[in-house]
Design a protein around this ligand. Structure first.
Ligand SMILES: [Zn+2]
Length: 421
């Protein structure tokens, strides 16, 4: 018997228990094809989280990175890094950490209990501040050595969330977030992930005295979502500007994000949960994302604010009008982002508001509606390209750049699925 057999059984039971929801989910799909997709989606979903997450062994060590921001506190930063309150009390007294300034990126090695083992940041070029756990507290030292950059290759298999997989592969959060952003036009990392989906990534890692300091840019990435492989290569255009392109030169940027909810370590754990309301809301015409209050909501596409304020059952809501006949609605917000008023121009990814439970909602979640000519449509059926492809004149240069990176992805892509069985 494979170790996952009990999980599969549990999943089947979960699917049966959740089948009551299937009807409600189907009600939001206007076309039969979309309905079939959504039916399959909702049956599969309970498998992906909850059941597996609690059973899988947690990695012994997490490597996390956080940028110290303007107005940040040391305690706030340590909390984001997952450090326990007890360690935080001791660490905030360390002069080595009190020297943190906005822009510094802190790398923390934290064990499964939240005990900080090592914190470091680049205090100046070629100078690293290191705080390490010792028998009687923490020791600080300064490390001076030349900074150099290496290319790191990593791959992983999704068991519950992208972050769980990147943790297991030793990939820092900043790289996980870059992966989610690169494929944001094609993959909804809150809802589309399935156990067995895979990622491969090639990224820059800065080293000092043989140790990783912080990670840089993703150079190339692959994401295999439900059997569909997506690849991206970073390319700087001759006339300035840069972006992520498929190996054929097409732009990965789409007119609409798959998920308007910002993908963070915290929101990633809520993706597969559904709020109970959906079962009774017969005329439900949107997609619900359960997420903690305050989670940031992004404009799905470029456009203008058509409405921002309180709107009956939707609570605090924002409606954006996009080019063509498209509009998007974001409901139940705890608050609308500052500056959002009728006529305001927004670019894709701009923050329009924050998750809440205002209006007709039993718990904090985002209600997201996608409309075409005033009629609700399935947002998953829309994937219009937005970005320009690599200019034809630059294709030879692009291919020279892309080929070795794609070769590395292929090296990593040797299917690790056998390990699951
Ligand atoms: Zn809803």
């Amino acid at each position: 018997m494979t170790p996952y057999a009990p999980l599969r059984r549990a999943a089947l039971v979960a699917a049966l228990v959740f089948s009551g929801m299937v009807l409600a989910v189907a009600a939001m799909a206007p076309s039969p094809e979309a309905e079939a997709t959504l039916l399959r989606r909702s049956v599969v979903e309970p498998v992906a989280l909850g059941v597996t997450a609690s059973v899988l062994p947690a990695p012994a060590l997490y490597v996390r990175e956080e940028r110290f921001q303007r107005g940040d506190t040391l305690a706030g930063l340590l909390s984001r890094l997952g450090v326990t309150a007890e360690d935080t009390r001791r660490l905030i007294r360390m002069p080595a950490l009190r020297m943190l300034r906005p822009g510094h990126v802190v790398t923390a090695e934290v064990d499964a209990d939240g005990d900080a083992l090592r914190l470091s940041y680049l205090a100046a070029r070629d100078t690293q501040m290191v705080v390490e756990r010792a028998a009687d507290g923490f020791n600080a030292r300064q490390l001076a050595a030349p900074l150099h950059t290496q290319t790191v290759l990593r791959e992983g298999v999704i068991q519950s969330s992208l972050f769980a997989a990147t943790d297991a592969a030793g990939v820092p959060d900043s790289v996980a977030i870059q992966i989610a952003d690169i494929f944001a036009g094609d993959v909804d990392f809150h809802r589309d992930l399935r156990r067995g989906d895979r990622f491969a990534v090639v990224y820059e890692q800065h080293f000092l005295a043989g140790r990783a300091v912080h990670s840089g840019r993703v150079l190339a990435a692959e994401f295999v979502s439900q059997g569909r492989a997506l690849r991206a290569v970073h390319y700087e255009r001759a006339r300035g500007g840069s972006g992520y392109y498929a190996p054929d030169g097409s732009n990965l940027r789409k007119a609409f994000l798959r998920s308007p909810l910002e993908y963070t370590r915290i929101s990633s754990g809520f993706g597969m949960r559904r709020h109970p309301f959906q079962r009774s809301w017969r005329a439900h015409t949107g997609v619900d994302y359960a997420a903690p209050t305050g989670t940031r909501i992004r404009a799905a596409g470029d456009g203008r604010v058509e409405f921002a304020g309180f709107k009956g059952g939707y609570g605090n809501a924002v409606i954006l009008r996009h080019r063509g006949q498209y509009s998007t609605l974001y409901g139940h917000l705890s608050r609308v982002a500052p500056g959002m008023r009728r006529g305001t121009r927004v670019a894709q990814g701009d923050i329009v508001g924050y998750v809440g439970s205002t209006g007709w909602a039993t718990g904090p979640h985002l209600h997201y509606e996608f409309q075409v000519a005033g009629r609700a449509r399935n947002p998953y059926a829309i994937a219009m390209p937005a970005g320009e492809p690599v200019p034809a004149a630059e294709l030879p240069a692009f291919r020279r750049r892309a080929e070795p990176l794609v070769a590395r992805l292929e090296l990593l892509a040797a299917p690790p699925l056998a390990r699951l069985e």
